[in-house]
Design a protein around this ligand. Structure first.
Ligand SMILES: Nc1nc2c(ncn2[C@@H]2O[C@H](COP(=O)(O)OP(=O)(O)OP(=O)(O)O)[C@@H](O)[C@H]2O)c(=O)[nH]1
Length: 386
């Protein structure tokens, strides 16, 4: 950055006095370059060391403006053939105010750029450009204010001096060109590395998000039917409990006679049937409830409902659907039924384990009583031994 400001200063100098050949004392010029590098490094170390708090812009801004001003005014004394020159106190003061204000603005924009990097890279780039432009404009204005009264016209150049000056000027021009080229090459190189790193980071980030989503899907869903699994069900019920205002009905659905399908036609056909049944259950429940598969031929359906009769109707509808004919690749299944046990939150319990256990007890009661039916836990409870 120090090199950049320095180069900018000398380019502006040449542009400002484009109709004169300006020769510089090389030692003073290099001293101004050293000041630019050391000052900018110090300024940034101070800025970053202070952990980016707004009140801490003051010291780095002072360092930056002092650096730019010393570089500028030292640069003026380096002009060999400047003739009579004079800069008024008003202009010096104004130039100092300008460079201090623009340094503050540049630091604020750099701060914003650092805050936005990684969060929103387009904004970060916008602030980065803003900080660079602000500083360039500041240096340029300071230069014009601080050198507008230099009278290059009154230069008295002897021929002997002019050949030596020409030599100095050439060496200086080459130095400047090499430095400019180096600064630009370095800037482009750093930008390229950053851009590549940014691109690969973005790709990695997207890949990571996708993999996380896939992983979440895999850990929370049943791979065969794609229905939520026991883990997802537990999380779902826990969130439901926190926001529940009306009773939650937990239906434990276990297929009757499913083993026969596996035994007679094989597991692949059994899988096909499980997928079809899962779709049927989902289509009956629709958006009214939540369907999960927690094991082999066991499903849990969660319904939020005030009215018990509506739940019984839904359970009957489920039984009818499960008893449908299933056209499978190897056979047709028309002997399936299901046993359904229901527990109610908060009546039968306030935690997932208790409610699932009670729905399971009710479901087994139906199995014992001949299957293909539905009952609530409280109806079973009375028959249980004390
Ligand atoms: N095809 C297939 N079968 C499974 C899967 N998971 C478990 N099973 C089988 O499902 C059957 C479930 O057993 P049960 O519930 O006792 O069988 P059932 O014939 O329905 O018995 P009841 O419930 O008493 O009517 C077992 O044979 C398991 O091997 C699976 O993912 N795919």
């Amino acid at each position: 950055m120090g090199c950049g400001i320095w180069v900018l200063h000398y380019m502006v100098m040449q542009a400002h006095h484009h109709n004169h050949v300006i020769n510089y004392n090389i030692q003073i010029t290099l001293a101004s370059l050293l000041i630019a590098i050391v000052g900018c490094t110090l300024g940034f170390v101070c800025f970053l060391f202070k952990k980016l708090r707004r009140k801490h812009y003051l010291l780095p801004a002072l360092i930056f403006s002092a650096t730019a001003a010393s570089m500028h005014y030292l640069g003026l004394t380096a002009i060999i053939n400047a003739g009579d020159w004079y800069v008024s106190n008003t202009n010096i003061t104004l130039s100092l105010i300008v460079i201090f204000t623009t340094s503050l603005m540049m630091l604020r924009l750099t701060h914003l750029m650092l805050v936005m990097t990684g969060k929103n890279d387009s904004y970060a780039n916008f602030y980065r450009l803003g900080a660079t432009l602000t500083l360039c404009v500041g240096v340029a204005i300071m230069h014009f204010l601080g050198s507008c009264e230099i009278n290059m016209g009154s230069m008295a150049v002897s021929s002997a001096a002019s050949s030596q000056d020409a030599y100095i000027e050439n060496s200086l021009a080459i130095t400047i060109i090499v430095l400019v080229a180096l600064v630009f090459m370095l800037a482009i190189f750093i930008w390229f590395i950053n851009f590549k790193e940014h691109l690969s980071n973005e790709l990695l980030k997207k890949e990571l998000i996708m993999k996380n989503l896939q992983l979440k899907q895999m850990t929370q869903h049943d791979s065969l039917t794609k229905l939520p699994n026991r883990l997802y069900l537990q999380a779902h019920l826990n969130t439901q409990f926190n926001s529940q205002t009306e009773p939650l009905f937990i239906m434990f659905v276990d297929l009757d006679g499913f083993k026969r399908v596996n035994d007679v036609w094989g597991h692949a056909v059994g899988d096909e049937l499980l997928v079809k049944i899962s779709r049927s259950l989902k289509s009956v429940v629709g958006n009214e409830g939540f369907v999960a598969r927690i094991g082999g031929d066991e499903f849990i359906i969660v319904i939020s409902q005030k009215d018990k009769d509506t739940v019984i109707q839904l359970a009957q509808q489920l039984l009818a659907t499960i008893s449908d004919r299933y056209e499978l690749s190897a056979t047709t299944v028309d002997f399936l039924s299901a046993s359904i046990g229901i527990s109610v939150y908060p009546e039968h319990g306030k935690d997932v384990a208790t409610l699932l256990k009670k729905a399971d007890v009710a479901m087994y009661y139906i199995k014992d009583k001949g299957k293909n039916n539905v009952t609530f836990y409280d109806e079973v409870e009375m028959t249980l031994p004390c």
